[in-house]
Design a binder for this molecule. Sequence first.
Ligand SMILES: C[S@@+](CC[C@H](N)C(=O)[O-])C[C@H]1O[C@@H](n2cnc3c(N)ncnc32)[C@H](O)[C@@H]1O
Length: 270
Amino acid sequence: MTTSFDYSPYAVTYRERAEYVPGVVRALLLTAGARPGDPVCDMGAGSAHLTAPLLEYGLRVDAVEPTPAMRAVGERRTAGSPDVTWYEGTGEASGRPAGHYRLVTFGSSFDRTDRPAALRETARILAPGGHFACLWNHRDLDDPLQARIEELIHERVPGYGYGVRRTDQRPVIEESGLFAPPVALSGREVFRLPAGPWTEAWASHATLGEQAGARFGEVCDAIRDLVHREAGDWIDVPYTTRAWVARRLDPHGTDAHGALPHGTDADARR
Ligand SMILES: C[S@@+](CC[C@H](N)C(=O)[O-])C[C@H]1O[C@@H](n2cnc3c(N)ncnc32)[C@H](O)[C@@H]1O
């Protein structure tokens, strides 16, 4: 099943969201044994928040994105790079060739898929020994200002929840039977950000938008007023980037010998 959620209403402001913690992206690439020049497929690439650091690392990226408005933002952002090609597709039906990629990534998009189907599609397009990775940025909800934002949301959207985007991804990866036990990575960083764009970016928060419905505008306005009152022009936002990385098992059962073309798991420990 393909579950392509329409991100069009969120595309314009999505670009303003915080970047992934760079150390976690680096650790993810080390764990996957990715080397400059390797082919990577970035699923649900959207406005290129993950595609951009993958390109900076020297990887050759096929960016797959189902929503035209998001793809347009990502294409503009990466227009200067000769190493990226954009495709229409989903995590479940990417249209990309079998057995080709060193790494398949889902930056804040794995929760938008039928995850078992997306894992099957990932296993199909990975080269032997290749890796799957998914990651999200989580605001630290214990931070006093972020806690007040949460309160404000819950007052207006009773029962508000984050769905699978804040849950442990290990069970679904392990249950697929297609990957070795995943490595979980996380890193926290406080981003000092201009308050205006940060509050505007709430309009790109699809998880909140879906649940707030007609009250979405009101919630975003209340967050903007609170942040301007409490933080002024700049806001310090603690984010934890959480990632799960898993090696594709060899479908022919010779996996125990771990014959990877390069960049074995041992590289990650160096
Ligand atoms: C929260 S955005 C993340 C964008 C970007 N990867 C990032 O790291 O910021 C989620 C993206 O997933 C896309 N998406 C929705 N359904 C999808 C599916 N079934 N497969 C892959 N991507 C999907 C959306 O269009 C959107 O661009």
